[in-house]
Design a binder for this molecule. Structure first.
Ligand code: C5P
Length: 310
């Protein structure tokens, strides 16, 4: 491509998630753990811009350290691109510009959001016209949380988290997110859970409780807080004992409840209102934390800027 050739780009974004409830069964023959989970999308989004380029490369920008993010073929967005190029003999190359907002390897599906946003943006860039169902199948290939990152909003997840049942909610929940300065590997946390459980064979419950569903639908933080649950929390605490202090600090700062998000190490605190979340975050800041205040969101992965040339 010459210097004055048009740049052709598309931009999409996708939400962070938290698991308001996460029940994990014993691993199946492939090593994956069957789940029952309450996925909740947040008003905290990753943005991915894709631009046609002579060679594929990745630029990652964030208000925090992203040295843990690979910029080569192992990055999930590069794997998303390979799903678009596979059926064609001509390789397609793009520059990915990822604007990160979601803590890296924090149990909030930041990489999955990058993948979901990339699927939407690449579908536009290449004008492939894949349907939502086709993008969903591609998402499943990329990772357990990627289908939810495409769907967003509130959804019950089963299986590997890819069997999704959307739920409509009446009101937002307000959350304080406390990222950690270290990362936890998802497979390592699942392995630690298996070690903690020993030989016992467990299956996740078939349903979330009626009380949990009612509180979630209503956005009733007081009712929901004591019902939140994360089977991975004891495993995350074994690998990172300092998280116990973080959980206590978030509750001492006034959150109704603090739990580890997914496989951690991010901790989420539930608040009654935006103002309450702001107060909790301010107290945590005075104790040296760098919390983020956010709320739940019904938005899916979306195209932010359609195909353009400049
Ligand atoms: O699918 P994803 O890439 O997010 O998962 C990363 C790893 O976490 C898997 O390879 C597996 O070891 C573990 N995992 C699991 N059970 C799940 C989800 C993830 O064992 N339901």
């Amino acid at each position: 491509m010459s210097d004055d050739a048009p740049l052709v780009s598309a931009t999409a974004s996708a939400p962070a998630k938290v698991n308001l409830a996460l029940y994990v069964g014993s691993p199946d023959l492939s090593g994956f753990h069957p789940l029952l989970t309450a996925f909740q999308g947040l008003d905290l989004r990753e943005t991915v811009r894709v631009t046609l380029a002579p060679e594929t490369s990745i630029i990652c920008e964030a208000p925090f350290d992203t040295s843990g993010v690979p910029l080569d073929e192992s990055n999930i967005v590069w794997r998303a691109l390979s799903l678009f190029t596979q059926p064609h003999s001509d390789a397609r190359s793009v520059l990915f510009r990822i604007e990160k907002r979601i803590p890296v390897a924090g149990g909030m599906a930041g990489g999955s959001a990058d993948a979901a946003a990339s699927l939407v943006a690449l579908n536009e860039l290449f004008q492939t016209g894949y349907s939502h169902a086709q993008l969903f199948e591609m998402a499943r290939e990329l990772g357990s949380d990627v289908p939810f990152s495409l769907l967003g909003g509130s959804a019950i997840g089963r299986g590997r988290g890819d069997q999704l049942e959307s739920l409509s909610t009446e009101d937002s929940l307000h959350l304080v997110i406390v990222p950690s300065t270290f990362e936890l590997s998802t497979p390592a946390v699942y392995r630690e859970l298996d070690t903690l459980r020993g030989e016992s064979e467990l299956t996740p419950p078939a349903q979330l409780s009626v009380e949990f569903l009612a509180a979630w639908r209503a956005g009733d933080a007081d009712a929901l807080a004591p019902l939140m649950h994360n089977d991975l929390e004891p495993a995350a605490l074994r690998l990172a004992p300092s998280l116990l202090g973080v959980l206590k600090d978030v509750e001492h700062a006034g959150a109704l409840r603090a739990i580890v998000s997914g496989s951690g190490p991010t901790v989420i605190g539930v608040a009654r209102s935006a103002q309450h979340a702001g107060e909790v975050a301010n107290r945590l800041r005075t104790s040296g934390y760098q919390p983020l205040v956010t709320q739940t969101s019904p938005r899916a992965a979306e195209l932010d800027a359609p195909l353009f040339q400049d």
